[in-house]
Write a protein that binds this ligand. Structure first.
Ligand code: M6R
Length: 626
């Protein structure tokens, strides 16, 4: 099965004999389920490039495309508009895009396609060295019209064209200058016969037609036109024309809904499998393991050039984001030695917290729209707290409220159960802990470099855990009849026990509790009865021996113990019923890895029970009321 799991924005391109704009809009509609903040299309006709872009939903773009025609042509009543209005753009070659903002707020100006001269570009991904390139290009006299990293491509290609390279070579040369991830489709105003497509760490699929060809970021966009596709290889640059492509292709048998999910049964599963990419994107451009330099956007402005000007940190969040905050507390306190308090946003106000200008307040939210988190942040801001948000949605209410925002680059999360957003929040919190530890002189450059080098290995460790998904699923299937589950852990992994239990409760409707293993004897051990599944997180490290003793205690009372532990750990294997092996990593970074089996465990149980995994009963993706 081919899984396509790395998209944040949506891309479509067409060359053939149909009205390109219809294919583009239709394709973009098929990508609509992923959520986005703006969209746009460009069509070439008789050497004339026509572009239309709009902030908001696709209907906003459609309205713009149709309105023009109605003004020029017939004065139809608004309700009749869709009935007979044609699209104002016409031509047989074009590109389209739906944007999930990563650089630059959601707006028409930042929407794709971006055009400079004859070069029109749609892009998916993140250009790591974009500020550097942008600065250089501005010095050379190039004028930027947007705040996006994508526009850098347009200028770089133009710069190469000026050196008399042909368009394909110009693109090739431009690509050598960028670092980061991209799926790129380029339309050139003087070249009605070709589209140029390239990818690196971001997928692109070519759809094969008769006298026409398609390109898209997701196969879902082109399924009504063709099921014969070629998935572009990493680092490829390909020229697309109307001619047949002589290359081995694959036949896609997915129905449209499966295609939206990249071949996975549920969005949640797709999102779990996206996590290696998510961690990679969240780290991208922010760490340099060779020098130990960290580049966290907005931090120098909030913290000053050096030092740490705050006396304490207050983290506020809800649900899964709150659990990320709890892990963050362990990291900030152990590595940066700064006092941290973590509050459920819904409780924050009623606990009368002490906030002042010496407090760094960190609201964490995937959506940036959670009412309680917004209310807590507003209150903290009133009390002169300095707000550093950790958020996944650019331009969200939280990002607008905060003094500075660190983005998580998880891409749109559709499953109600938060998975990839959690791991991306952990990644940002870890980077923040490193930054503050450095500023406070608690970690020297050498230690920071070592931790960064280990962080860089996390995406490949995640890949290897996901490759072993079968083991996790088998373990979960064994527990399908249990009606109570316990999750236990210690230290920085303790919040993961809470998260593992929350995942299971919310999607499979079975009772689960997460405990700090040391608390068992203070009450919860009374719940242990024969065969009750106890999931124990037992990484090597400070609390290893202690949690092994807790495991003995529950085993002695008949529990069925599933251990998540370092691969090859014989002590644990002997002590428990079944193990889920995890690659070795820096002990401080284990929460980034140990989360994945918990997500897959909950997913498998919910799926086996036939629950509505992506939209569990009684739950909404964003809780926008208090
Ligand atoms: O968008 P937010 O991160 O602010 O959302 C917070 C919670 O509502 C969210 O994490 C919720 O707990 C998830 N359903 C958990 O999977």
């Amino acid at each position: 099965m081919v899984h396509s799991t790395r998209n944040m924005c949506g891309i479509i391109g067409y060359i053939g004999n149909r009205e390109a704009v219809k294919v583009l809009i239709d394709g973009l509609k098929r990508l609509e389920y992923r959520g986005y903040d703006s969209a746009g299309v460009a069509v070439l006709n008789n050497g004339k490039i026509q572009i239309e872009r709009a902030e908001g939903k696709l209907t906003c773009l459609e309205a713009k495309l149709k309105k023009f025609k109605s003004r020029a042509g017939f004065a139809c009543p608004r309700s009749k508009l869709a009935e007979f209005a044609e699209f104002k753009l016409s031509g047989n070659i074009g590109i389209g895009h739906t944007r999930w903002a990563t650089h630059g707020v959601p707006s028409e100006r930042n929407a794709h396609p971006h055009r400079v001269g004859d070069v029109v570009v749609v892009h998916n991904g993140i250009i790591e060295n974009y500020s550097e390139l942008r600065k250089k290009l501005i010095q050379k006299g190039f004028r930027f019209l947007s705040e996006t990293d994508t526009e850098v491509f347009c200028h770089l290609i133009n710069e190469e064209l000026k050196k008399q390279f042909d368009i394909q070579q110009a693109i090739r040369n431009a690509l050598t200058k960028v670092r980061g991830s991209y799926a790129l489709v380029v339309l050139h105003g003087q070249d009605p016969e070709h589209l140029y497509v390239a990818r690196q760490s971001s997928p692109l699929v070519i759809g094969l037609g008769k006298g026409e060809n398609f390109v898209a970021s997701d196969v879902a966009a082109i399924l009504p036109y063709t099921r014969d596709v070629i998935f572009l290889e990493e680092g490829e640059l390909v020229t697309l024309s109307r001619e047949p492509i002589r290359r081995a292709s694959q036949k896609i048998t997915w129905d449209p809904l499966t295609a939206e999910k990249g071949g996975f049964k549920h969005f949640m599963l797709k999102e779990i499998f996206e996590q290696p990419r998510v961690v990679n994107d969240t780290l991208m451009g922010r760490i340099q393991p060779d020098s130990g330099v960290l580049t966290l956007e907005g931090i120098p402005k909030l913290f000053g050039r050096c030092g740490f000007p705050f006396q304490k940190v207050e983290i506020v969040a809800c649900g899964t984001s709150y659990h990320a905050g709890l892990v963050g507390k362990y990291w900030l306190e152990s590595m940066a030695r700064v006092p941290v308090n973590v509050s459920l946003a819904s409780e924050f106000r009623y606990a009368t917290p002490v906030i002042d200008s010496k407090t760094l307040v960190i609201p964490i939210s995937q959506s940036g729209e959670t009412a309680d988190t917004l209310a807590a942040t507003t209150q903290a801001k009133k009390e002169k707290g300095n707000i550093l948000a950790i958020c996944n949605v650019l331009g969200s209410s939280l990002a607008r409220l905060a003094h500075t925002t660190l983005y998580t680059h998880a891409g749109p999360e559709i499953g109600v159960a938060s998975t990839k957003a959690f791991v991306s929040q952990l990644t940002v919190l870890y980077l923040l802990a490193l930054e503050i530890a450095k500023r406070r002189g608690e970690l020297d450059t050498n230690e920071v470099r070592k931790k960064m080098a280990e962080l860089c290995k996390i995406p490949q460790h995640l890949e290897s855990i996901l490759k072993g998904a079968k083991i996790i699923k088998k373990v979960a299937k064994n527990c399908i009849r249990a009606s109570h589950f316990l999750f236990i852990a210690r230290g920085s992994n303790y919040p993961l026990a809470l998260e593992g239990a929350l995942k299971l409760k919310e999607i499979s409707y079975v009772h689960a509790e997460g405990f700090a293993a040391g608390e068992l004897k203070h009450g919860p051990i009374a719940l242990v009865e024969k065969k009750i599944p106890v999931v124990a997180l037992i990484p090597k490290g400070e609390t290893y021996e202690k949690i092994l003793s807790n495991v003995e205690e529950v085993k002695a009372r008949g529990a069925f113990v599933i251990a998540i532990c370092e691969a090859g750990d014989k002590h644990v294997s002997e002590a428990v019923d079944v193990i889920i092996p995890i690659p070795k990593t820096d002990p401080t970074q284990t929460p980034l890895l140990y989360t994945i089996p918990l997500q897959l465990f909950a997913y498998t149980i919910a799926n086996e029970k036939g629950c509505d995994v992506d939209q569990p009963r009684n739950l909404a993706k964003s809780v926008t009321v208090e």
